[in-house]
Ligand binder design. Structure first.
Ligand code: UDP
Ligand code: MG
Length: 322
């Protein structure tokens, strides 16, 4: 067995008001497992006293690890760095503000022991968050779900447990604008939910202003859906059909009803036609761009969960998967 059974990854950005309490609660829960663990705090370029506080934890507790970024790289990057440096058999990702109650991790561990590779926290309710945040989150998760082919569960954040093999697969994926929860869904294996009530922030304010929320939403959308790129082909097609009907209309009108119909009708028709062609061409560009995007993501082509009987022939090494 590995020396460290659980790695808890905590991204931290300007959390001086909560970090001591989070550390206390996390330690309490992890001690109760009676299994070896490490707490990895990733300081994402905080400019308050957070870093000093984190350093004081490492000074007194050998199970605490600290990664500190040179500047703010963002929540998703902080989580990624934590996973890259984790050595546990299972990796737990949890926010520093105690909105995700650490006790819920115990339930996740139970499910992991029962054989699941990913146990994601599913929010039944969100306490103490603004109507705006709850509403936008709800709309976004459903929009993303309807636009993507990957089954990304709705109302889940990054609070989850992942098995070592899921973590290793993620490490092999070099893409930059990471939407980690989507990547974890994409990886597959056996996944299940652990339901919980998202608490109010213990102290301090959200570190996710609208700008960061939008960036996350667009990363999620562009990493997992090319439908917006294809919208233009669809519109182009629609405009072309309408244009054809329109020309039919003016031709009939010109011949049957009004032989000297104003040329403005023809000009309007040509404008429709040209716009339709332009939209279609943009859509074709979209098809190429989506394929380039696929190539540049560098995701493995497939992921093998089990392999048996290959030792016998000693050949057949795959070069595309991980
Ligand atoms: N966070 C981070 N970098 C950032 C923004 C946030 O590491 O640029 C951390 C933050 O300290 C917290 C977690 O990510 O542990 C989630 O952030 P927050 O609680 O502010 O988001 P919310 O719960 O409001 O969506
Ligand atoms: Mg929070």
């Amino acid at each position: 067995m590995n020396e460290v059974r659980y790695s808890v990854v905590v991204p931290v950005y300007n959390e001086e008001e909560v970090i001591e309490e989070s550390y206390r609660r996390l330690k309490e829960v992890m001690d109760s497992t009676n299994e070896p663990y490490e707490l990895i705090f990733v300081n994402d370029g905080s400019h308050d006293t957070t870093l000093d506080k984190l350093r004081s934890f490492t000074a007194t507790d050998s199970r605490v690890r600290l990664l500190s970024f040179s500047r703010n790289f963002g929540h998703q990057t902080a989580i990624t760095a934590g996973m890259d440096h984790a050595s546990g058999d299972a990796i737990l990702i949890i926010d520093a503000d105690l909105q995700d109650p650490p006790e819920v991790m115990l339930g996740m561990m139970e499910k992991w022991k029962a054989g699941y590779d990913v146990v994601y926290g599913k929010r039944l309710k969100r306490e103490g968050e603004t109507v705006f945040k709850t509403f936008t989150a709800k709309v976004f998760y459903r929009l993303l779900d309807s636009l993507t082919d990957v089954d990304i569960p709705v109302d889940t954040g990054d609070f989850r447990l992942i098995d070592r093999r899921v973590c290793d697969t993620l490490k092999s994926m070099p893409e930059r604008n990471r939407y980690v929860r989507g990547l974890i869904s994409w990886v597959g294996f056996r996944q299940t939910a652990e339901e919980y009530v998202r608490e109010e922030r213990f102290a301090g304010e959200t570190k996710y202003p609208i700008k960061k929320m939008l960036k996350l939403a667009f990363d999620g959308l562009t990493s997992f859906s090319y439908k917006p790129l294809r919208l233009s082909s669809l519109l182009g097609f629609f405009v072309m059909v309408l244009t054809a009907l329109y020309f039919l209309f003016i031709i009939i009108r010109n011949i049957v009803l009004e032989p000297n119909l104003s040329p403005l009708y023809t000009i309007a028709g040509l404008i429709f036609l040209l716009n339709g062609i332009i939209l279609l061409m943009i859509g074709i560009l979209g098809e190429y761009i989506s394929r380039m995007s696929d190539e540049s993501k560098g995701r493995p082509l497939y992921i093998i969960a089990e392999k048996e009987g290959f030792e016998r022939n000693g050949r057949g090494r795959d070069t595309h998967g991980e």
